[in-house]
Design a protein around this ligand. Structure first.
Ligand code: AMP
Length: 619
């Protein structure tokens, strides 16, 4: 193993490295730094987050630029404000002995004139998000025409976020003969395109395998019914009392809802997504950094650049739309030499995606079972016992002990221990004693080679629901645009709506059965272009085409088509059941299930209704 001295770094940088406590260069640093110091070359580096890549491009850039000049010579583009600030801080730390160094961060959501002023003072290095720097270029607030080194950090993520045009624009304002260093966790086609377009014979380095996630992380999945997803999440948290995690959801709305529900249920949780103000996001991130939040519920975009090294678990509450994103998610844990666990809570309809992810990360998933209630009680009890065993006695309590000792004078040691632990145990026990098994079997029809697709091909998939919807071609829809419309309004993934058949004044479509409640609840009183959109379940679940074809014309005219059962009746039953439950007082947050929508485990057991979820704070 080589040392930082071996890499050819100068004294100022080595001094800073000692201060930072870095002992040995990481893999990406050992590979990239000597090349970048030695040659004026383009570089493509495939490296995950948390591998030390900021230093891999940061040290060479700091060593190569002319600190005595006030010209902007280095430009680092990063996908998010958080990452932009994180890189800027790191660069300042790395360059703390480079006298006269000025690294300026430019990003949206903060005063553009202040940032322009900081640059005017002479910024040798600018770290920027694409949108903001593009804006500054067009307003002539920044001059990047003399850039010698351009870094595209997390290039795959920038492209995922739709920054292709911006990056192209920005780079067209830089000189041709500069060096471009591209860092990316994965190598999708789009990144290769950028590399080809803007680079000349780049040196390629790979840390681990392409697209592979770090082997510090173990990958697990848990198969549950969609409706049990939230309860499964709570169990996973309870089964890991010291969890410090990022929980990924697909949409901002789900992120907010899950975080609110967790808070309501007594967990230390917070939401991080793009609909929050910058100030709110900063507050959440600060609490998370200080370990005051155990479960940070986040969208993929907002979670980029989370610079927290000791995350124990990443929980995929929902799978990402693009499975390549899984690598980014799991890369949030297992950082800086630590181990981590990446968990997926998966429903039957999605389980086939696990295989695809395995192919991408080149690692196998372990199928695990959601622990049952008694296992959780045991884990919690043992965790408490260990904590007590390791607790140093605080002698400040000595002065109160006389009274306490008197109170327990007649209790044996065994009884005392039992009573003491019962305080905690009973809370968990009462909560979990009637809990059900959340695991479901991985049956043949939904095996991981794509059972759902097979079911679709043969038209007899009993796991799917066929719906009637009162819009059709006369409303301007074809099957594609109707599918897009449904996907968008219901916030579903690409494959979640299928067998869309558009007739003149009505249409049919399918979703997995487990989405039925969501679909019906959404369309309970939904208006589009001032018209009520009515969605009902068709009794022909397989979506038999012959039936569809027989039915022609408008909704009222086509009684010969699929028979529809009324979702309202069904819902009525459920809402009655709901009313008869005495549920705990809830905040009137979004997550409160709509009338007729599903209930969560904590609400559905009257015997538990007065028991607030047992929870201790983490630290
Ligand atoms: P990065 O991949 O650049 O986000 O770095 C992840 C974390 O590792 C940051 O907190 C860095 O400060 C830290 N780091 C970078 N290089 C080293 C090193 N050689 N030894 C120890 N920690 C490092």
């Amino acid at each position: 193993m080589n040392t930082f001295q071996d890499l050819g770094l100068n004294e100022d940088l080595l001094h800073a490295i000692t201060d930072l406590g870095f002992v040995n260069p990481s893999d990406v640093q050992s590979k990239a730094i000597p090349i970048l110091l030695e040659k004026e070359t383009d570089l493509v580096a495939l490296a995950q987050t948390g591998t030390g890549k900021t230093a891999a491009f940061g040290f060479p850039m700091l060593q190569k630029i002319d600190i005595d000049s006030r010209t902007t010579q280095g430009l680092i583009l990063s996908p998010t404000r958080e990452l932009c600030l994180q890189i800027t801080n790191e660069m300042k730390l790395y360059g703390k002995y480079c006298k006269g160094l000025n690294v300026v961060a430019v990003y949206g959501g903060s005063s553009i004139t202040d940032q322009a002023r900081d640059i005017k003072k002479g910024a040798q290095i600018i770290v920027a998000t694409p949108g903001r720097i593009k804006d500054m270029i067009s307003r002539r607030m920044v001059d990047i025409s003399k850039i010698e080194y351009a870094v595209l950090d997390e290039a795959d993520e920038m492209l995922n976020m739709g920054f292709y045009e911006d990056i192209t624009d920005i780079l067209s304002n830089t000189p041709e003969e500069k060096c471009t260093w591209l860092f990316s966790a994965t190598m999708p086609k789009e990144v290769s395109v950028i590399a080809k377009k803007f680079m000349e014979n780049p040196v390629e380095i790979t840390v681990g395998n392409k697209n592979e996630s770090t082997n510090q992380v173990s990958h697990e999945y848990y198969l549950v019914n969609s409706r049990d997803r939230y309860d499964a999440l709570k169990r996973l948290a309870d089964a890991n009392p010291d969890i410090f995690s990022v929980v990924f959801c697909r949409t901002k709305r789900d992120t907010q809802k899950v975080a609110e529900q967790l808070i309501e249920d007594g967990y230390s949780a917070g939401a991080l997504h793009g609909d929050l103000s910058q100030n709110q996001r900063d507050l959440v991130m600060n609490s998370f950094r200080k370990n005051q939040i155990q479960m940070l519920v986040a969208t993929d975009v907002a979670a980029r650049g989370i610079d927290v090294d000791d995350i124990t678990h990443v929980i995929n509450y929902q799978l990402p739309d693009e499975i390549e994103t899984y690598t980014h998610r799991s890369g949030r844990t297992g950082r800086a030499g630590k181990t981590g666990v990446s968990m997926i809570i998966v429903s039957k309809s999605e389980v086939r995606k696990i295989k695809s992810i395995e192919r991408i990360i080149k690692r196998d998933f372990i199928k695990k079972e959601i622990p049952d209630g008694m296992e959780i009680c045991e884990v919690q009890l043992m965790s408490l016992a260990n904590k007590i065993h390791n607790t140093e006695i605080n002698h400040e309590i000595d002065k109160y002990l006389t009274n306490i000792n008197e109170l327990f004078a007649d209790s044996s040691k065994e009884d005392l221990i039992k009573k003491f632990f019962s305080v905690e145990f009973t809370r968990f026990f009462n909560y979990y004693k009637k809990s059900k098994n959340l695991n479901i079997a991985e049956s043949r029809s939904d095996d991981r080679e794509g059972g759902r697709e097979r079911g679709r091909d043969f038209g007899g998939n009993s796991d799917s629901t066929r719906y009637f919807i009162n819009v059709g071609s006369k409303d301007g829809y074809d099957w594609m645009s109707l599918k897009d419309f449904l996907k968008d309004v219901l916030e579903l993934g690409r494959d979640d709506v299928f067998k869309v058949e558009v007739k003149e004044s009505f249409s049919f479509f399918n979703t997995e059965k487990e989405l039925q409640e969501k679909v019906l609840a959404f369309f309970t009183d939904y208006k589009h272009n001032d018209r009520f959109v009515n969605v009902e379940v068709s009794e022909n679940r397989g979506g038999g085409r012959r039936n569809d074809r027989r039915s022609g014309g408008g909704r009222r005219d086509d009684k010969g088509g699929e028979r529809r059962s009324s979702p309202r009746g069904d819902f009525g039953n459920r809402s009655d059941r709901r009313r008869s439950d005495t549920s705990r007082p809830r905040r009137s947050g979004d997550f409160k299930p709509k009338e007729g929508a599903r209930r969560s485990e904590s609400d559905s057991r009257p015997s538990d209704s007065n028991i607030s979820r047992p929870r201790r704070s983490r630290r």
